[in-house]
Design a protein around this ligand. Structure first.
Ligand code: SF4
Ligand code: SF4
Length: 355
């Protein structure tokens, strides 16, 4: 059964929790953790820069420090609107161009590398994994919601996505422009930042439920509620890469099923093609047998973890550098305009145009 393969000491679930993989020299898990930590740090830095920008604009001290365009990654709806507006107008809007660039980068990643964005770059996914890890450390395990409840709950994220897509695609070109140019949208990035800083009672309760849910159920937000992940799932369907299982060396230990955060039946699949697969490669990291599980292309070419991570970074860099060099990364809202608008940001004039 193991002919031609190298059987090594299986670290089991404990080894996976400790960040060790099933094969000597295999660094899948650590590479992912480092990548996630890097993007979480970048995210934190963007948040700090935005806070400094907000403070300076509030005080009216011109010139303002740099507003980091990368924070528009937290405006996926604006990004999607930007795509449709681009189709209507023929040019990318100058209010939140980075939001559109970043969502296009994530969609390109999904098209080529499944939902690798979720498991390797997304800071929310990273936080969610840390909370689940804390849950396992505290209670010895994460819990799995009953199947009869899990299926309808999983469909929630697709419903939320359908709602947003419907709201966007039913807008005319003029309505879309009116929204993009609205006072609300012009400062939407700052409003998003303030939402987390000034959480009200309802916001705190909702956040508390999400945090607790993520401690007990791995990937609570991502699995059930995240419309961004749902969108990436659709784009990951035709992806040429997938987790491929080789039945010959597989020893049916079932570890891959146990660690799969998407709860997919990896140990009984030939290829994992589900839109729920987040491309985390944890199943590969935990598998004790060389060549039993690998990332492969449709042409059966092997993609190493390093190459997988490198390709994700490459797509990001290509999109980012391309946007910067073609002048569509930073917005064209002047410092003066921010200084005039920000003191009134809590007034009804800056409410959501649809509300
Ligand atoms: S199948 Fe493997 S790569 Fe996909 S989500 Fe499950 S553990 Fe991660
Ligand atoms: S593919 Fe899954 S079941 Fe087979 S050896 Fe690897 S971890 Fe065990």
């Amino acid at each position: 059964m193991l002919t031609g393969t190298k059987r090594v000491d299986a670290p089991g679930l404990k080894g996976w929790l400790a960040g060790r993989t099933g094969r000597k020299g295999d660094r899948t898990f650590r590479i992912r953790l480092l990548t996630q930590a890097f993007w979480a740090a970048v995210s934190l830095l963007l948040g700090v820069q935005l806070a400094m920008f907000y403070r300076a604009a509030q005080a009216g001290s011109l010139p303002l420090p740099t507003r980091p365009p990368g924070v528009e990654g937290y405006l996926p709806i604006s990004g999607l609107m930007g795509i449709l507006d681009w189709v209507y107008q023929g040019t990318l809007n100058t209010i939140h161009p980075a939001a559109t660039v970043l969502i296009l980068i994530a969609l390109a990643m999904a098209l080529l590398l499944r939902k690798g964005f979720c498991s390797w770059l997304c800071p929310v996914g990273f936080l969610s994994e840390l909370l689940a890890r804390f849950g396992r450390w505290s209670f010895g395990r994460n819990f799995r919601i009953w199947k009869w409840l899990d299926i309808p709950l999983r469909s929630l994220k697709y419903l939320v996505l359908a709602f947003f897509l419907w709201a966007i695609v039913t807008m005319t070109a003029d309505q879309l422009q009116a929204f993009i140019q609205s006072p609300y949208n012009r400062v939407a990035d700052i409003k998003m930042g303030l939402f987390f800083v000034e959480l009200g009672k309802v916001g705190t309760i909702v956040m508390g439920i999400l945090v607790l849910g993520s401690v007990f159920v791995q990937g609570f937000w991502c699995r059930y509620l995240c419309p961004y992940g749902a969108l990436l799932g659709f784009f990951s369907w035709p992806s040429p890469t997938r987790i491929a299982r080789n039945a010959d060396p597989c020893v049916d230990c079932g570890l891959c099923d146990k660690v799969c955060m998407a709860r997919l039946p990896v140990s009984s699949s030939r290829n994992v093609l589900s839109p729920e697969c987040t491309g985390c490669l944890d199943c590969i990291a935990v598998c004790p047998v060389t060549e039993a599980l690998e990332v492969r292309t449709v042409g059966r070419r092997r993609v190493s973890s390093v190459l997988f991570a490198g390709a994700l970074m490459g797509i990001f860099l290509a999109g980012y550098v391309g946007a910067r060099t073609s002048g569509v990364w930073s917005n064209e809202i002047s410092d003066q305009e921010y200084v005039e608008r920000i003191p009134d940001i809590h007034s009804p004039a800056y409410g959501h145009p649809g509300s």
